[in-house]
Design a binder for this molecule. Structure first.
Ligand code: GAR
Length: 224
């Protein structure tokens, strides 16, 4: 059963780079496809284009410098404690990792259990980690794709919310494949956020049940 909210869902986006997924979420909110409000865009990279995008749309954008924590045995946790502070100050309900290239620790995972999502450019559980489009081609896979999942402590391991698949063509390079996958990322991430905003995602063990989903589920295959 979906829940009608009084106020827009308060979302924070963590991004390290280009920010095209952030842009897709901003666009979906601006066109009313997603009922949410981005209350903070946070980066671990000072020059991340994602921060610039946030700024252009009048969103609060923030660089949180990891350097002061470098060299400490608990550097990642200490950094995440600072992030947690920022997220709490902004009353964040849902955290989105969008090209956030830093491993999040227990500190954030526990505080945002089932309230933190990531987008990854492979059909998990195949190909977690980096260079995944190249790996999919090298393995001779016929399909590749992307996954939106809740974040747990294991990298790219959390319960899967939505996936989209695309074909791998004989003449694909990692770049052409990545571009085809990215188009799908920009569709399924906003969709997953809206499902969350509607209160339709229920985590059962390592599965995510979509309440009121279509009989065949919400998985998109080769959607255009
Ligand atoms: C996206 O393809 C996203 O799936 C990937 O980084 C890219 C960021 O692009 N994320 C990961 O690989 C995380 N494991 P963007 O900055 O344009 O959104």
């Amino acid at each position: 059963m979906s829940i009608k909210r009084k106020d827009a869902l308060r979302v924070a986006v963590l991004a390290s780079g280009r920010g095209s997924n952030l842009q897709a979420v901003i666009d979906a909110i601006e066109t009313g496809t997603v009922q949410a409000k981005i209350v903070a865009v946070i980066s671990n990279k000072k020059d991340a284009p994602a921060l610039e995008r946030a700024h252009r749309h009048g969103l609060s954008s923030l660089f949180v410098d990891p350097k002061p924590y470098a060299g400490r045995p608990d550097s990642r946790e200490a950094y995440d404690r600072e992030l947690l502070d920022v997220l709490r100050r902004h009353d964040v309900e849902l955290v989105l990792l969008a090209g956030y290239m830093k491993i999040v620790t227990k500190v954030l995972v526990e505080a945002f259990a089932n309230r933190m999502m990531n987008i990854h450019p492979s059909l998990l559980p195949s190909f977690p980690g980096l260079d995944v489009q190249k790996k999919a081609i090298e393995w001779g896979c016929k399909l590749a794709g992307c996954t939106v999942h809740f974040v747990t402590e294991g990298v790219d391991e959390g319960p899967i919310i939505l996936q989209a698949a695309v074909p791998i063509l004989d003449d694909d390079t990692s770049d052409t494949l990545a571009a085809r996958i990215l188009e799908q990322e920009h569709k399924i991430y906003p969709r997953a956020i809206q499902l969350f905003a509607e209160g339709r995602l229920r985590v059962v063990g390592r599965r995510v049940v979509i309440e009121g989903g279509k009989p065949l589920g919400e998985t998109i295959i080769n959607s255009s």
